[in-house]
Design a binder for this molecule. Structure first.
Ligand code: UTP
Length: 296
């Protein structure tokens, strides 16, 4: 089995109910941070990590996502004829080559594990990445690239891990750490949404994974067993005493763009990173904060 990670699964079949009513007609992944849809950030991160095949697990009502990755010859022609070269360049940088992107339907929202399982025939016998575009990570070296480099040392299965305050742990899957080696930790257990005070560590799993194809066998077995949602963490946890599970403390700032508060924070943070927007946005934020303070 090759240890090179060249395929990534993007599970985007969820209903996105936290963004209703917007998600009645707009897929969450197409919502924009400044001027780029969430999914573009994930694709760019994957490319930087050496991913060559992009597999989207979609559902009904997500056709805007497929259109987004199509070439737009009329638009390109129009921009060209008007000499808008910069915009043309931006547009072209989002084009995907024929054959490097695939779409699979998840017919029923049976959970993240099930969504990943739907892509099993496109992966074969090699490790693969799973990326949740809701988690947007600002980092000097893209998060998945950091993980791919760490994975070359560990093999097995790797999840991105982030330190969270104790009172937030119950919102995440939390790692029970066997050995802490700095950036990499080996894992002896994973607890999904622990009760207050019962989290085994402060390391939470977020939406980046590098997994071995063995995970599909585990998901297969679960699929025939369970009736409800199929959890990806359960399938990974089965490898703790098998091929091994590692957490990777990435460098970077993660924004939970699956939540409204996280999305707004990311919008401000990414806006402040942009030279063309920074000054006006910062002045406005200062003005708003001062006005609120004065009103208190
Ligand atoms: P979430 O738990 O954020 O669910 O899924 P959601 O449907 O996207 O959003 P809310 O909670 O209703 O607002 C985490 C990731 O797993 C995918 C989602 O698309 C998202 O990227 N997912 C979840 C699937 O692809 N299929 C599922 O059955 C469940």
């Amino acid at each position: 089995m090759s240890n090179k990670v060249t395929k990534a699964i993007f599970p985007v079949a969820g209903l996105g109910t936290r963004f209703l009513p917007a998600t009645k007609s707009v897929p969450k992944e197409i919502m924009t941070l400044v001027d780029r849809p969430l999914v573009q950030y994930a694709i760019d991160e994957a490319r930087a990590a050496g991913i060559k095949e992009f597999i989207f697990v979609t559902s009904r009502g997500k056709s805007a996502l497929e259109d987004y990755f199509d070439h737009a010859p009329h638009l390109e022609q129009d921009l060209k004829s008007k000499g808008k070269d910069k915009l043309l360049e931006i547009l072209k940088s989002t084009n995907m080559d024929s054959g490097e992107i695939a779409y699979i339907r998840q017919h029923k929202a049976l959970g993240l594990g099930h969504a990943v399982w739907c892509a099993r025939r496109l992966i074969g016998n090699e490790p693969f990445a799973v990326m949740l575009p809701d988690d947007v990570i600002a980092a000097d070296k893209p998060c998945l690239q950091q993980m791919v480099e760490a994975y070359e040392e560990t093999g097995g299965n790797m999840v991105a891990a982030m330190e969270v305050p104790a009172d937030k742990a119950s919102a995440y899957g939390i790692l029970d750490v066997r050995e802490d080696m700095g950036s990499i930790v080996s894992v002896k257990g994973m607890v999904e949404k622990p009760k207050a005070g019962e989290a085994p560590s402060n390391l939470a799993v977020i939406g980046r994974y590098i997994l071995s194809p063995k995970i599909f066998d585990n998901l297969n077995a679960m699929k025939s067993g369970a009736g409800g949602e199929i959890q990806l963490t359960d399938a990974i946890a089965e490898e703790i005493d098998g091929e091994g599970v590692y957490g990777y403390r990435f460098n970077g700032q993660r924004y939970d763009c699956g939540s409204k508060a996280g999305f707004l924070q990311a919008t401000v943070a990414f806006g402040l990173e942009r030279e063309d927007l920074r000054d006006d946005l910062e002045a406005y934020l200062r003005e708003v904060v001062s006005a609120r303070e004065a009103a208190e």
